[in-house]
Each structure stands twice: as C-alpha cells, then as structure tokens.
Design a protein around this ligand. Structure first.
Ligand SMILES: Cc1cc2nc3c(=O)[nH]c(=O)nc-3n(C[C@H](O)[C@H](O)[C@H](O)COP(=O)(O)OP(=O)(O)OC[C@H]3O[C@@H](n4cnc5c(N)ncnc54)[C@H](O)[C@@H]3O)c2cc1C
Length: 454
C-alpha cells in the first residue's frame, strides 16, 4: 500500500484502499495531479475567458485545451463502469475516489468528460442504442467532439412523477413530430450542445401508463426549437452550458431517432437510475473538502483577529471545524457504500444505498458549506470565495435528478413494508415470555401492544 500514501489517498478509507486495482491507484493519482496542477490554478482564467465580450455562451478555449490534454493522458470517460465495453476500466467504487477529487473544482469533471448530464446520457446510449445509433450519437460524446443534454422536466406538470410528462411525440410517416414545453437541459445557445435526449408522450390513451412515453434524440439544429430563456439557479446562469426553457413547435425528427422503440421510455428511465444518480454526490464530497480547507485557512488568518484572537481560537469554531470534519467523512462513507453496492449487487439492488446518498449528502454539503461561509464572514457570501457557487451546487442537487423528498417517500414506503416482519418477531418474543411467565410463576402481561395470541 506504500504507493497510496500521498494526499490523493489521504481520505480514502482502508476498506476501499483494499479494493483498488493497480490501474485505479494509478488513475486516482493522475486525477489528483490533474486537478491540482491544471484545474485549481486555472480557475480565474476560466472565469476571465467567460467574461470576455460576447463569449458568455461559448465554451472557453481553455476548456477545449484541457479536454484535449486530459484525453491524451487517458483521463476521459472514467465514470463509465467496467461492465461496458467502452469503459476505461474502473469500478463505481474506484470512480467515486476519482470523482471526489474532480469535485474540488466545479468544472474539472468536464475536462475529463465526466460531467452531467453527459455521463447519464452516455450510459443510456451505451445501454439502449443500436450499433448504428451508437456510431452516430454515442461515439462523438465518448470522443468529446459533441455534447448533449437531457430533456424530461416540464413547467406544467409534476415532473418527479414522469408519467405526467405531456410533451407530445406524434408519428407522421417516417417522422416524429414534437410539440410541447420543456424546462432544463443545457442551453441551445452553446453550439457544443448537439442533441437532446427527450422524453415525451407518444401514446396518451394507452391504458398502461408506463407504456405511454418514448425517448427520442432531437438534434439541436432541428427547426422549431426555441430557447425562451436561460434558467438561473439561485441567480447563477451556469454559463457557458446553463439550463434552458424551451418551446417545441412542430419539431420533426426521423423515426430512426427513437431509442429502443415506442412506449419504452420507462424501461430506459429505469436504466438511467444507476451510478449517474450519485455522481453529483461523489463530487459534492470534494466540494465540501475544498470549502472546508478554505475555512481552515481563514481560521488562521493573522490579519483578521476579532477581540485580538484568531478565528480558530474561539471554542465555537473549534467545534464547528470538528463537526464539519465528521460530517464530511460520514457522508463519504455513504457515497462509497452506494458505489460499492452497485458494483457488487447491481444498480437495482443498490436502490436503497443510492437513495441514502441522494438524500443525505446534498443536505450535509449545504450545511457544511454554510458553516464555511459563516467562518469567512461577509466575504464568504461574495465572489471573493467560491463558497456561494459551491452552496448553490449542493442545494440544486437536492432537486436535480429527482427531489430528495421523492427518494425519502420511496425509502419510507419500503421500510413500512418491513413492519409485518418485526411484528411477527415480537409476537414470538411475547409467546416465549408467556411460557417463561408460566414457568416462573409470574403474571403475564402484554407489552408494546403485541399479544402472544395475535
Ligand atoms: C440545477 C438543476 C438541473 C436540472 N437538470 C435537468 C436536466 O438536465 N433535465 C431535466 O429534464 N430536468 C432537470 N432538472 C429538473 C429536475 O429533474 C426536476 O426539477 C425534478 O425532477 C422535480 O420535478 P419538478 O420540478 O416538476 O417538481 P415536482 O415534481 O412538482 O415536485 C415538487 C416538490 O414536490 C415534492 N414531491 C415530489 N414528489 C414527492 C414524493 N414522491 N414524495 C414527497 N414529496 C414529493 C418535493 O418536495 C418536490 O421538490 C434540473 C433541476 C435543477 C435544479
């Protein structure tokens, strides 16, 4: 384990280290070096290039440069689990270690072609497309020569219940015609964005509500798509990719752009419920570590000493620092466990662990980053630090890819199903207690409302 002693491995728990392949060890080190030397020092340049006149929705030249370089170093598409033939060979658990490091810089994921929604889209295309479709739509994403977006959410329905999605997909001859309104999905204003993977309603009268929807590929240059506006997230436009609001008016695509076939959208959506669901959580651990490090630096800043003391000398801050450390480390275990569960038992069996991660990690991250802001004082809420953007990222992960409330609802329902089993066990305890009471001549009473006679 000697090669796992540097900072790249400092936070990886022993049980995870024991499972890392030599390739993973090498890759984690490379990702660490990449983020430390190519990404963190370049953060202000990336912002400055975006601020140039008329370049708000243009991917920065530096991003293109870094993507080329990362690809040449074999750091592309690391997220794709090793059971795909297109995978570079990491398990979900191994990738989680890389993703945490990527998370230290919001856009580092993109330099390595590991960014959302691309990751989920690549997995979906790799899983469900025909060889011809893969060649046309998947390969450019894997090569990094095109970018894509995912378009499901709509403004007029509860999109967390996707059976309500209303955007119409109607077949006319050899074409599908799309009409509706969509929210989210990367901005069409960025010319790197080449197509949407869109979920719509193709058979509204089907008595089986799970067979009413289809998933299609819509090239962004198809006539009839209008981006109404950029949706800001807590005031951030997230340029140059951003999120949009769209109107689809008589948008025509060839029938071969359907994925898997008509009425199969829910099968596809099920397949999308895998690792892509927790990539944000993996990276949020890295965001928290970075925010925490900034707070630690602030705590020993000798220029700022209220009442003549360093911030770190106040008991409240010592406790705050300890609490943050504990919470980040606990959240990491939750994420790593979800990744490992998917590796061992598959995505479906990993449902609970995925939900656990989706529910607990973003809330932890908002809490930790909020505390870091508090330690920073006024500057912590301004562009003097990346903390407001980090907090916003953590906050939006509570909703993106499905609200945490929906995951809690599912977990709660599954848990309630276990109640009967516990009840049976308690009846058994009671029955034995009844026998013991008789044997020892004690009065028998029912306890916890459970009777041996139930
Ligand atoms: C930054 C960001 C990026 C996004 N990117 C994309 C994207 O690329 N593509 C895309 O299609 N969408 C995207 N979304 C949209 C996101 O997936 C939806 O907002 C989400 O699925 C919720 O749907 P909704 O907004 O219609 O809310 P609703 O479905 O109306 O839900 C509203 C609220 O109701 C409650 N609720 C819902 N279901 C339950 C339940 N089962 N139990 C208890 N309470 C419940 C929750 O509090 C929930 O937040 C993005 C969202 C954000 C914030």
């Amino acid at each position: 384990m000697s090669e796992m002693e540097g900072p790249a491995f400092q936070r990886i728990p022993p049980w995870v280290k024991a499972k890392l392949s030599p390739k993973a060890i090498e890759t984690i080190q490379k990702v660490h070096d990449w983020v430390e030397t190519e990404c963190i020092p370049a953060e202000p340049i990336m912002k400055a290039q975006l601020a140039e006149q008329g370049k708000r929705w243009t991917t920065q030249p530096l991003m293109h440069e870094l993507r080329q370089k990362a690809k040449a170093q074999g750091l592309f598409n690391l997220f794709l689990p090793n059971h795909f033939k297109e995978s570079p060979g990491l398990t979900n658990l191994e990738y989680a270690c890389c993703a945490e490091i990527m998370g230290r810089v919001y856009w580092a994921q993109q330099t390595m072609n590991c960014h959302a929604p691309e990751t989920g889209n690549i997995e979906l295309l790799a899983k469900y497309c025909t060889p011809e479709q893969k060649k046309k739509w998947l390969q450019p994403l894997l090569d990094g020569t095109a970018s894509s977006a995912y378009s499901m959410t709509e403004p007029d329905v509860a999109s967390s219940d996707a059976t309500q999605i209303g955007c119409r997909i109607t077949r006319e001859g050899n074409e599908y015609v799309i009409n509706g309104r969509k929210l989210y999905g990367n901005c069409i204003w960025n010319s790197e964005n080449k197509f949407y993977i869109l979920m719509g309603c193709s058979d509204p009268e089907n008595p089986n509500k799970w067979r009413r929807h289809s998933t299609v590929i819509v090239p962004t240059d198809t006539p009839g798509i209008t981006q109404v506006r950029n949706l800001t997230i807590m005031g951030f436009d997230h340029a140059p990719e951003g999120h949009g609001e769209y109107i689809y008016k008589n948008v025509r695509i060839p029938v071969e752009n359907i994925i898997l076939g008509e009425g199969r959208a829910f099968e596809i959506a099920q397949g999308r419920l895998g690792p892509g669901r927790i990539h944000h959580c993996m990276r949020l651990i890295g965001q928290c570590e970075r925010a925490y490090e900034l707070a630690l630096i602030r705590s020993i800043d000798t220029r700022k000493t209220p009442r003549g003391k360093l911030i770190s000398a106040f008991d409240s801050n010592i406790e705050r620092i300890a609490q943050m450390r504990l919470e980040i480390d606990a959240a990491r275990l939750v994420v790593l466990n979800a990744a490992d569960t998917m590796d061992i038992h598959g995505n479906k069996a990993g449902r609970y662990a995925i939900a656990q991660s989706k529910i607990l990690v973003p809330i932890m991250a908002t809490r930790v980053i909020d505390e870091c802001m508090q330690m920073y004082g006024g500057q912590g809420l301004t562009q003097h630090t990346p903390l407001p953007e980090m907090w916003t990222y953590a906050r939006f992960v509570r909703v993106a890819d499905g609200p945490d409330a929906a995951h809690r609802h599912q977990v709660g329902r599954d848990e309630i199903k276990t109640a009967e089993g516990f009840k049976k066990r308690n009846v058994e305890y009671q029955r034995k207690y009844k026998e013991l009471a008789k044997k020892y001549g004690k009065e028998y009473e029912t306890f916890w409302g459970v009777s041996a006679d139930v």
